[in-house]
Design a protein around this ligand. Structure first.
Ligand SMILES: C=C(O[C@@H]1C=C(C(=O)O)C=C[C@H]1O)C(=O)O
Length: 280
């Protein structure tokens, strides 16, 4: 006989509650297995097409719907965490998936946000420059790249957004989906176009041959009927480069873009508007 002491009998009340939890776990497990069967059928359907199985817009629709019906003591941020793992599990069922991230080091925001979003099992590789991370996607080594949020102070060596080869590569998601209190963020670039979620923002690169002021750009965009939550400006000797974040999911043929007076207006992609986090 092994010399292990028997577990003390749980109080009947605890035993009854644990039996209830066990039954719920079985039901949840059954549903997860059933869900993965449906995902397998979706993977087998040609309707979804080839390329990356990731659909960040669809994931945003699922999460917004669940958060809107959510009640009880389980935190909304926990719901997001649980479903992030569900989404990545079903992405893996549909084909190989990996991430190339440009992050100053393994502890920088981009690397942390990548792990939080794509989960601990997804293969992730750090790259020393944003262009190397993008090349990994172009070469088919990685499914998507995670890159820093554009900023006005970006030096030319890291201003990936000014040189993105769109529409071949496009921004498809903004991390994190549930806005963080620390304000950290990153963008996901994929070799497939973004999918609309019903509440999106489009990134448009505007290029003018002359020097144009921020006020003039903001005014022209507003006149065209575009709502612009953020506008970045980079000037060079011979012109102006602006990155506008525009409300809505804009198609390349959008007449409001066509009406803008600048020679180049390139859609860099779009992403689901983040949901607000819980107050700290
Ligand atoms: C299942 C799909 O593929 C992926 C997984 C999803 C899911 O698990 O719900 C949602 C979107 C995609 O990222 C899909 O396209 O619906």
């Amino acid at each position: 006989m092994p010399d292990t002491p028997a577990l003390p009998p749980a109080a009947p009340e605890i035993a009854a509650l644990r039996a209830e939890i066990d039954a719920i776990d079985d039901a949840m497990h059954d549903l997860l297995m059933e869900r993965s069967q449906v995902v397998g059928r979706l993977a087998g359907s040609r309707a979804k097409g080839s390329g990356s199985p990731l659909r960040p817009g669809r994931e945003a629709v699922v999460l917004r719907r669940l958060l809107a019906r959510h009640t009880g003591p389980l935190g909304r941020d926990r719901i997001v965490r649980i479903w992030r793992e569900v989404f990545m599990a079903s992405t893996a069922i549909q084909g190989a998936f990996s991430v190339a991230v440009f992050s100053a080091d393994a502890h920088a925001d981009e690397a942390r946000l990548t792990r939080e979003h794509f989960g601990p099992i997804t293969p992730v590789r750090l790259h020393p420059t944003p262009f190397r991370a993008l090349a990994a996607v172009s070469d088919g080594e990685a499914s998507v790249a995670v890159l820093p949020m554009p900023s006005e102070g970006d030096p030319a060596e890291t201003a990936w957004w000014a040189l993105l080869d769109a529409p071949r590569l496009q921004v498809v998601a903004r991390l994190p989906f549930m806005a963080a209190n620390d304000g950290a963020g990153a963008l996901v670039v994929a070799p497939t176009p973004p999918d609309p979620s019903g509440e999106d923002r489009t990134l448009v690169l505007l290029e003018a041959a002359n020097r144009v002021s921020r006020t003039a750009i903001a005014h022209t965009l507003a006149e065209a009927g575009l709502s612009v939550p953020s506008l970045l400006l980079a000037r060079s000797e011979d012109g102006t480069l602006a990155l506008a974040e525009i409300e809505g999911f804009l198609a390349p043929g959008d007449p409001r873009l066509a009406a803008l007076p600048w020679p180049r207006r390139t859609i860099l992609g779009a992403y689901a508007a983040p949901v607000a986090g819980d107050p700290a």
